[in-house]
Design a protein around this ligand. Structure first.
Ligand code: NAD
Ligand code: ZN
Length: 343
């Protein structure tokens, strides 16, 4: 089968012929139809320090996908051949205290498909039955391919009570934009989304309905807060940039006793003003992945009741034209970019 492989320890990905994965009795073989490119894939493509430390070479990459069940292992009962599916990319163990308590998303033995297990940028993917998410025949295959990052957005946004709250989201990447839309649907009052990239903020306007966009390079966040009628600080903060200036701004503008959910991964460690966290009695919660499988349940229920993320998809390429897609991703002027594996 064709697969996009991190074949060399240098910038790039290579389309290669590799064997179709063999499935174990508890695994499902998925015929991949659409995939989406994630920031993580860009780290692996560019071969930055994080990628060098975490990704063995060679490795089939990719973890955002939708497809159809091609075959099932002998013990699989929950999933049928021919079903439309996506799946959770974190494959967990069954030994740790967290896993055995049902907190699968907190299992330290977790491995990631497309990172340290063979990934989804391929014609076929083998996945444990436990991780497969059946979607129903009518489910949009492109939306299936972006459920992974939408899950990050939903998990972060719903980490705290949003109803009637004022929310600051820092970082208008795909996950920040999706989180803003989720906050709108979930009943937040005012929602402010910041970035330093005008293209991203303009694009975010086409996906959201009532979120206030702020480019913090040329606008004063506190002035915007007062313009939209905020007299105190934000009740909830969702950090989705990984950037220190964004985090500092969030600390500055949170209400006393406010709650922050931290998804963004800093490129390198940065110092934090602990005195402010203590003095403002803030709660910070680190967010890893999605909650298995409650996030999937909430996300699919929100889609079922009208959450429409189609506008997040800005570009589509045949998988063989992957290089054009990665070049475009590097410009930063994209929403979600889809690769089609059926052409
Ligand atoms: P992205 O890189 O596409 O978006 C980040 C955005 O932050 C960019 O638009 C960038 O311009 C913006 N930004 C940079 N400096 C800023 C500043 N000072 N103020 C405001 N915005 C600023 O990333 P994404 O795919 O949307 O993911 C968001 C973050 O979440 C990334 O850091 C990613 O690595 C991380 N992530 C974490 C998990 C997890 O499990 N914790 C899972 C997926 C992604
Ligand atoms: Zn991803």
């Amino acid at each position: 089968m064709k697969a996009l492989v991190k074949a060399k320890s240098e910038k790039g990905l290579w389309m290669q012929d590799v064997p179709v994965p063999e499935i174990a009795p508890n695994e499902v073989l998925i015929r991949i139809e659409r995939t989406a490119i994630c920031g993580t894939d860009m780290h692996i493509y560019k071969w930055d320090e994080w990628a060098q430390n975490n990704v063995p070479v060679p490795m089939v990459v990719g973890h955002e996908y939708g497809g159809t069940v091609e075959a099932i292992g002998s013990t699989v009962t929950r999933v049928k051949v021919g079903e439309r599916v996506s799946g959770e990319g974190h494959v967990v163990g069954n030994r740790s205290r967290n896993a055995r308590a049902g907190r699968f998303h907190l299992d330290p033995d977790t491995k990631g498909i497309g990172v340290n297990l063979p990934g989804a940028f391929a014609e076929y993917l083998a996945l444990p039955e436990f991780n497969v998410i059946p979607l129903g025949d009518d489910f949009d295959i492109e939306i299936a391919a972006i459920l992974d990052p939408l899950g990050n957005a939903v998990h972060t946004a719903l980490a705290h009570d949003l109803v009637g709250e004022d929310v600051l989201i820092t970082g208008a990447g795909p996950i920040g934009i999706m989180a803003a839309r989720v906050c709108e649907r979930a009943g937040a009052r005012r929602i402010v989304l910041t970035d330093i990239n005008d293209w991203r903020l303009d694009f975010a306007k086409t996906v959201t309905r009532r979120t206030t966009m702020v480019n913090t390079m040329d606008q004063d966040l506190k002035a915007v807060m007062s313009d939209i009628g905020m007299t105190e600080g934000f009740d909830v903060g969702l950090e989705m940039s990984g950037a220190k200036p964004a985090f500092d701004q969030m600390l500055d503008t949170m209400l006393m006793g406010g709650q922050m959910a931290m998804l963004g991964i800093p490129a390198s460690p940065y110092p934090v003003d602990l005195g402010k966290i203590v003095g403002k009695a803030l709660t910070l919660k680190g967010i890893y992945g999605r909650q298995m499988y409650e996030t999937w349940h909430k996300m699919l229920a929100m889609i079922d009741s009208g959450l429409d993320m189609k506008a997040m998809i800005t570009h589509r390429f045949a998988a063989r034209d992957f290089q054009d897609a990665f070049d475009l991703m590097e410009t930063g002027k994209t929403g979600k970019v889809i690769l089609d594996w059926t052409q």
